[in-house]
Design a protein around this ligand. Structure first.
Ligand SMILES: [Fe+2]
Length: 309
């Protein structure tokens, strides 16, 4: 596979300072509008923009020859790209954000110790209190896993990312929600129909379910009114999730234990996921209404119409 990694995103918001304290609070390192989990600086870059938006998506490929192949594929669907500094810069003609493709090493992040658990017939945690209680601090998010975007031309967006850039389809919901990946993760990019292009949420992977629930609980206690959805476990992607709102209005998801696709041939894409019953295996049955109508949707729509409409 040519693409193998989601490297990072750049988010535009009217007041970037609102996110500085937030990223520090959730355990990221960095500063000066460039943040990320330990060892992955710059996974989340924040820029000033007239309205909340996704500015850039950075993905990793294996080598320079991949850049030439991707460029050719983009050419064949009439999308211009620019090769410079050993990377490929591709403005999305539909949604107006930019995709940057660059060669990088295929690597996962370093694991933290697995926490011992007691299961019927398999008791590991003997004479000890649970790790989530005894570890000196909450485990922070480990990396950016995926983003979910809305688009007002979903089929052109599909063509751009799948036929042009080489994202692969993992599953399809309701005929028009495309779960795609640029790595073995079940999804790195979900595209869904929306009134205008916008960033619905970005998702941060945690070590385990304890880490998701402990971090989400602490955030919600300290920031009343930011609950969006969860906890639950998605049918599509299989990940355990909890969604909240960041101080700039974008939803963020803490997740753990997502499906992993390493045998491309063996994976069976399911196209018949029903819209009405694919949200969560347990917890809330239905996707909350707010999920597709964020509080600032009117501002996002007005911003898009003013600058791109
Ligand atoms: Fe998600």
């Amino acid at each position: 596979m040519a693409l193998h990694r989601l490297l990072g995103i750049e988010i535009g918001v009217p007041d970037p300072d609102t996110l500085e304290g937030f990223y520090k609070e959730i355990g990221f390192t960095g500063g000066n509008r460039r943040w990320g989990p330990e060892g992955l600086p710059d996974q989340l870059v924040v820029e000033e923009a007239p309205y909340r938006q996704l500015i850039e998506l950075r993905v990793g490929c294996e080598g320079e020859e991949d850049l030439a192949t991707i460029r050719k594929n983009l050419d064949s669907i009439g999308v211009a790209s620019e090769a410079r500094e050993g990377k490929l810069f591709v403005p999305d003609p539909v949604n107006k954000w930019q995709v940057v493709v660059e060669p990088c090493a295929a690597a996962d992040i370093d694991p933290q110790p697995v926490r011992e658990v007691n299961r019927p017939g398999e008791r590991q945690r003997l004479g000890k209190r649970p790790g989530v209680l005894t570890e000196p601090s909450l485990r922070p998010p480990r990396r950016l896993g995926h983003v979910v975007v809305g688009s007002n031309d979903i089929l052109a967006t599909y063509k751009f990312f799948v036929e042009g850039l080489g994202f692969r389809i993992s599953d399809i919901v309701g005929g028009l929600g495309f779960f795609t990946r640029c790595s073995p993760d079940h999804h790195n990019l979900l595209m869904t129909p929306a009134p205008v292009p916008y960033l619905n949420h970005y998702a941060l992977e945690h070590d385990d379910i304890d880490a998701v629930c402990a971090a989400a609980t602490r955030y919600l206690r300290d920031h009343e009114g930011t609950q969006i959805a969860g906890p639950g476990r998605h049918q599509i992607g299989g990940n355990m999730f909890w969604y909240m709102r960041d101080p700039a209005g974008t939803f963020f998801e803490y997740f753990a234990d997502m499906d992993r696709i390493v045998d491309e041939e063996a994976w069976k894409i399911r196209e018949d996921w029903p819209m009405e019953d694919s949200w969560s295996i347990w917890g809330e049955k239905d996707q909350p209404e707010v999920f597709f109508t964020p509080d600032d949707m009117e501002e996002v729509v007005a911003g898009w119409n003013k600058y791109h409409g």
